[in-house]
Design a binder for this molecule. Structure first.
Ligand code: PLP
Length: 348
């Protein structure tokens, strides 16, 4: 199989930069961003802050770094970080909160739709006393990656955040795909972000930039975050070269609806296969459950790869397929056909 023929649905991070992005990188006006001399980075930070309705923003190499900087700025070593038990920060960031910021994590079970209730938040909050460290931060996630790109409604996020703020605990939103949530919910991203003190979003996922994420919040928070970015090794020099495609990526928000439509089409195609359960997604992430077909995710993943479809093992019997800028409807239909053959071969 030629590389061209491979339909890569592993993640929306696999997109390659468009001609416009390459051109923008080549011609970007640059300077030393550690001295804050890079006009392209400065413009990106301004436009990114506008896009989520915050005072300020900081350009960082990755979503993971944005989240870890937020944890570091909001907390003191020895405090607790309260977050959902399937959240990215808890599951997939190498225990960074413990290693980089010395905080202990406490998890909330927010159910399959990942809607943390105010009561669950209140139960999870810990007051500082002789025996207990106190909660330093509540972190929420929207869209929720592991739950299959769920777009958590604005009022639910706001209610959970309010429970924390009532206890003087700040709130971070891991909005790696916050624009997918905004498009799916039909609201402006700033509405989703408003209840939080800080937000992470990725330029390098559905928005299609080759690299980079944003951490946004008020000016005082971003000033602290800039120091922590340096501490974590994320201070960059002529970063306008990579920030310029990020500016183009901000123009890709509205078209995320196309990825959601392809994902719905993909889920419907997979769900129609015998023994496969693929619920209709809110956004661009489809999770296919293959327990009834007796197909472990590991086998499905390997066979799909051989058949020319990239996916990600999520759990024993759950496999993730993600749509993005570089796949169209025809690719999705072709992927469903290939996966159908694979499932037929593997079924008990
Ligand atoms: C991808 C992702 C991140 C991390 O972003 P990277 O740029 O891959 O480090 C954080 N949170 C969520 C919810 C994500 O999906």
């Amino acid at each position: 199989m030629s590389d061209d023929d491979f339909i890569d649905l592993r993640s929306d991070t696999v997109t390659t930069p468009s001609e416009e992005m390459r051109e923008a990188a080549a011609t970007a006006e640059v300077g030393d961003d550690v001295y804050r001399d890079d006009p392209t980075v400065n413009e990106l930070e301004r436009r990114a802050a506008d896009a989520v309705g915050t005072e300020a923003a900081l350009y960082v190499p990755s979503g993971t770094m944005a989240n870890q900087i937020a944890v570091h700025v909001h907390t003191e070593p020895g405090q607790e970080l309260l977050l959902e038990r399937e959240s990215h920060i808890y599951r997939w960031e190498l225990a960074g909160a413990a290693k980089l910021s010395g905080v202990q994590t406490r998890t909330i079970d927010a159910g399959d739709r990942c809607v943390p209730t105010p009561d669950a938040v209140r139960e999870g909050l810990v007051d500082e006393d002789l025996h207990r460290p106190g909660t330093g931060l509540l972190s929420l996630e929207n869209t929720h990656n592991y739950r299959g790109g769920i777009a958590v409604p604005v009022d639910r996020i706001a209610a959970a955040a309010e429970a924390a703020r009532d206890a003087d605990v700040p709130v971070h939103l891991d909005g790696a795909r916050v624009f997918n949530a905004a498009v799916a919910l039909g609201v402006d991203a700033s509405e989703i972000v408003a209840p939080a003190d800080s937000v992470t979003f990725c330029l390098s996922k559905g928005l299609g930039a080759p690299v980079g994420s944003i951490l946004a919040g008020d000016e005082a928070f971003i000033e602290d975050a800039r120091r922590v970015r340096k501490l974590f090794g994320g201070g960059m020099r002529q970063a306008g070269m990579i920030a310029a495609p990020g500016l183009h990526a901000l123009g890709n928000v509205d078209r995320l609806a196309e990825d959601h439509a392809s994902a719905e089409r993909l889920a419907a195609g997979l769900d129609a296969l015998d023994g496969v359960d693929a619920p209709a997604p809110d956004t661009n992430i489809v999770v296919a459950h293959t327990e009834d077909a007796g197909i472990p995710a590991e086998s499905l993943y390997v066979a799909c790869k051989d058949a020319g479809v990239g996916c990600v093992e999520f759990d024993d019997y759950a496999t993730r397929f993600t749509t993005h800028l570089d796949v169209d409807e025809a690719d999705v239909d072709e992927a469903v056909e290939r996966i159908a053959d694979v499932v037929d071969d593997l079924r008990d």
